[in-house]
Design a protein around this ligand. Sequence first.
Ligand code: PLP
Length: 426
Amino acid sequence: MPFTANRYFKTHPLILEGAQGMYYQARDGRQILDGIAGLWCCNAGHCHPRITAAIQAQAARLDYATAFQLGHPAAFELATRLADLAPAGLEHVFFTNSGSEAVDTALKIARAFHQHNGEPQRTRLVGRERGYHGVGFGGISVGGIENNRRLFGPLLPQVEHLPSTHLPARNAFSRGQPAHGVELADELEVMVAAGEPDTIAAVIVEPVAGSAGVLVPPPGYLQRLREICDRHGILLIFDEVITGLGRLGAATAADYFGVRPDLMTLAKALTNGTVPMGAVLVDAHIHNRFMQGPEQAIELFHGYTYSGHPLAAAAALASLEVYADEGLFARARELAPIFEEALHQLAGAPHVIDVRNLGLMGAIELKPRPDAPTQRAQAVFREAFEQGILIRTTADTIALTPPLIISEAQIGQIVETLQGILQRLD
Ligand code: PLP
């Protein structure tokens, strides 16, 4: 099982057998309130009838079609919808089956672009400490989570990492964007100056780091990264696998922060979690550099058997319609201050050393038990599940990222349950 203590699981299995709306159904029949949208995926809640129906209809109409030299309508329609939804300029889409594949695809497109653009020496890639970009070799190379890299070296060469924006000593218990740390973006200038001129291909960051525990950038940080990239001909990639499609109360984090990347990855909520799918959105100026040479020549030697899979495309189209028709991005924006207020009620609870939030992303960081890091948070996870609430923990941080359909009362229920658990926990 992925990222799981397999032996412990065998003796303590947690099995989900059904889902509807805000709830999972556990094997023993209990309803479990989903505080994490599955895994930052199910923004419209579970088993949405319109999405289910679209998948069923597509399965009966066209089960599979290769995207190599052939096409089908849903994939093109989806590409058009995504281009409409994305910041201006991100007009072209490449479909993958996961966030990890989207990241590796984006990194490859970035390097190939510089080849086409007469700068083949631009091969260095810059990620960020505590960044999570999936588990492909590209993703773990630019990613900055030590446990995900430790046993798999050597990884991609010519990769460097910006410092994380997480500054607990200065920013703990910030509401929304923290005040300090904009200068951390300047490290990119230092990297530029330290290497051979014009050798950095791309910088990849999550606008808000999710998997490492909801690390929110300070105001101006992403703008500054954009400015430095522009000054030095570096492509900026936003990994929006978590932040894309409503999590911050806007279509994308690029919109939310007013910073336009050159490439953007999406996955997870793209299909509301129902059918695996990822996507890379590419700026027209990058795409157009590939469209040269003989018309019959393949422009990008890259792709997946299931790129643009009909079921995934149908699920994504239906998901985007549901997000729009139910006004879910606006709903997330309206709920964000309520979510913030509720989360920060945990600031004084035992063991809590930080509370962070932006949009409908939140984290409560606990002081680790001496000599037993992660155990305290895992105990909260198990106890919360017992009490009918699904949370996620990463190290000693509790992450909360509910479906965008969550009610105020349900937010209150999650926070009250956690408050009770923390009061009794050792
Ligand atoms: N990028 C980010 C920012 C993610 O949060 C994730 C998954 O959590 C990924 C990439 C990888 O996505 P997947 O697990 O679909 O490969």
